[in-house]
Design a protein around this ligand. Structure first.
Ligand SMILES: NC(=O)c1ccc[n+]([C@@H]2O[C@H](COP(=O)([O-])OP(=O)(O)OC[C@H]3O[C@@H](n4cnc5c(N)ncnc54)[C@H](OP(=O)(O)O)[C@@H]3O)[C@@H](O)[C@H]2O)c1
Length: 312
């Protein structure tokens, strides 16, 4: 699909991932991008979604808007995360079907995988068990949208695709300790440490991290070149233990602060690593930024933000 002349609605286009997707689309020459804010169009409200389509008449939707956060935010808001993520998707997909949209791109999440999925997670195992409990409401709500898209494809010939990114990180991430994911939380704790640094869980789980710009490139590549019903993983292929990640982030931050793991706090899913061969095979995408390189860029970005704030 040639995107330059399409009218592309990017929900969540002002968010962490959305800004990178928009920047890549602009670099490709796409001029008709629309990135509504929640204050103007609350996508949980069906009438607001109708108003949005009437105002912009999109031909392509990349749906990134979501209620997201780390384990703490998921534990504090299970009802809200389930409701808003499900309803936003349902409203947008139904409105897109009614308006005869050419393509709908739904961004799901690794949190949809079963807690004990065989590693690396292959798309075929998505329904083989219940997700890890702390992020299940978020993961299941998003997974239901995969079923909706497959049902709409079967009944209406609706062209909706579904992507499953692993945990993201990079410049522009959320560094608020109340709602942040693990990498920005670690960076902030190590840079600001005056004594020991306390981290959640026992350090034993493993995670995979995808640089946000690489994820945006995967989403754009899939929007251009992928048109099938099967979900597709987007990951980096690099698995790391949380304890090893902490040591790496501390070194890159130049911190010698001792690390303490608070095992009373939840670990989350025991292991996370995606099999990304389907993305390579079906639309020629693979991640290109190594973890250490991506972390250096992220730390440099956060330090520049702090310096700029200090000067104000
Ligand atoms: N971050 C990750 O590690 C990760 C991993 C896997 C998948 N994902 C997925 O990637 C997507 C983007 O995540 P992100 O990290 O970029 O999140 P983010 O920075 O929090 O951005 C989310 C955006 O959603 C919008 N939004 C939330 N509620 C809305 C509502 N009711 N109506 C309209 N817009 C609403 C917000 O818009 P306003 O700013 O205007 O309020 C915000 O810009 C999500 O679908 C997420 O599930 C993220």
């Amino acid at each position: 699909m040639e995107l330059t002349n399409e009218r592309i609605l990017i929900t969540g286009g002002s968010g962490f991932l959305g800004r990178q997707v928009c920047s890549l689309l602009r670099e490709k020459g796409c001029k008709n991008l629309f990135t509504p804010r929640s204050a103007d169009y609350d996508l949980v409200d069906r009438a607001a979604v109708q108003r949005l389509f009437a105002a912009f008449s999109p031909t392509v939707v990349i749906h990134l808007a979501a209620r997201v956060g780390g384990i703490g935010a998921n534990r504090d808001n299970p009802g809200l995360f389930f409701h808003d993520n499900l309803v936003m998707g349902v409203n947008l997909i139904e409105q897109s079907r009614q308006s005869g949209l050419k393509k709908f791109v739904q961004v799901g999440t690794v949190c949809a995988y079963p807690k004990q999925a065989p590693v690396p997670f292959r798309e075929e195992t998505l329904w083989d068990g219940f997700p890890e409990e702390t992020n299940a409401p978020y993961g299941v709500a998003k997974k239901a949208l995969l079923v909706m898209l497959q049902a709409y494809r079967a009944q209406y010939g609706f062209n909706g695709i579904y992507l499953l990114p692993v945990n993201l990180y990079g410049p522009g991430d959320n560094f608020d300790l109340q709602s942040s994911h693990v990498i920005p939380a670690m960076i902030r704790k190590f840079l600001e440490a005056t004594g020991k640094v306390t981290l959640w869980g026992d350090g034993s789980p493993t995670r995979e991290f995808l640089y946000v710009r690489d994820c945006a490139a995967g989403i754009v590549a899939a929007t251009e070149n992928y048109d099938r019903a099967s979900p597709v993983n987007l990951g980096s292929g690099q698995e790391i233990r949380i304890a090893d990640l902490a040591a790496l982030v501390a070194r890159l931050c130049g911190s010698k602060a001792p690390v303490e793991f608070d095992a009373r706090k939840p670990n989350g899913q025991p292991r996370r690593l995606l099999d990304t061969s389907r993305a390579q095979e079906l639309f020629g995408w693979h991640a290109s930024t190594g973890l250490e390189e991506g972390l250096r860029k992220t730390i440099a970005w956060y330090q520049s933000q702090r310096a700029a704030q200090g000067q104000r």
